[in-house]
Design a protein around this ligand. Structure first.
Ligand SMILES: [Zn+2]
Length: 269
């Protein structure tokens, strides 16, 4: 069955709406504000009405300015909405769901995308990882994994998705906990340790190792030039959660071929 164009379009619009929600999460939670209540222009206090809140279109129609005072609105809101929609549609095409269980698989990828986008940006901007986002993400992934075990007939709980997710979470958590413990929190923050529960649950066991490996590689690739250029010192803070989300994305996209490549290297020795 090929996916209908209408269905793809519906997922794109759904992604835009989720992206719009992620913007609110990214803006408000690090500032200690709640998700409830209407958004307003930070300059003139104009409370945004539904016609200001249509993803992408409001921004384009208002040419990126407040309707009331013409204050510039950051491109970031527009970009995050579009990015979320693109991630959601890509995941749909990647999974190509034909039966009920594959929709749970798709759900896991959507949660990974949404939590990944929030953590990528919030950690880069504030050097924190939001506990509530990590926790809600873990719960979603475990529930979807349980549904997969229930609805995939060949799957048993002993070898199934939930066990893979739980094992992945533990395998992701423990090494990071050790790093945090032995460095007394100087190398990584405890937020990173907790976030590895999520990364591990999404990637599963043993792909969580690919995601860890690539987080370190990507982190090194980004930090070394910054160190070299003097933009960062050895003691500078780095948004490690940002690298963890990139490592997670790598394991989701290329995890299986990368893992067999690595194991083939080890076996040849
Ligand atoms: Zn305004």
């Amino acid at each position: 069955m090929t996916l209908g164009l209408f269905f793809i379009l519906a997922v794109f619009v759904f992604g835009l709406l989720i992206g719009s929600f992620l913007n609110v999460v990214i803006l408000r939670l690090p500032a200690g504000e709640t998700l409830f209540g209407r958004s307003a222009c930070p300059r003139c206090g104009h409370v945004l009405t539904p016609r200001d809140l249509i993803p992408i279109f409001s921004f384009l129609f208002l040419r990126g300015r407040c309707r009331s005072c013409q204050e510039k609105i950051s491109w970031r809101y527009f970009f995050i909405e579009l990015l979320t929609a693109c991630v959601f549609v890509s995941a749909l095409l990647f999974v190509n769901p034909v039966a009920l269980p594959s929709f749970f698989h798709l759900g896991i990828l959507w949660v990974a995308g949404a939590v990944g986008i929030v953590t990528f940006i919030v950690d880069m901007e504030h050097y924190i990882i939001l506990d509530i986002v990590t926790f809600v993400g873990v719960v979603f992934v475990l529930v979807f994994s349980l549904c997969l075990d229930i609805f995939v007939h060949s799957s048993s709980f002993v070898t199934g998705y939930t066990i893979h997710a739980l094992l992945g979470a533990v395998a992701g958590f423990l090494p990071f906990f050790a790093l945090w413990w032995f460095s007394a929190g100087r190398w990584i923050g405890f937020g990173d340790v907790k976030f590895m529960l999520f990364v591990g649950a999404v990637a599963g066991f043993p792909l969580v190792f690919i995601s860890m490996l690539f987080s370190f590689w990507i982190g090194a690739l980004v930090s070394l030039p910054l160190l070299f250029l003097g933009r960062k010192g050895l003691k500078s803070k780095l948004p490690f959660g940002t690298f963890l989300t990139l490592g997670m994305a790598t394991s989701l996209l290329f995890g299986t071929p990368l893992l067999s490549w690595y194991t083939s290297l080890i076996v040849m020795k």
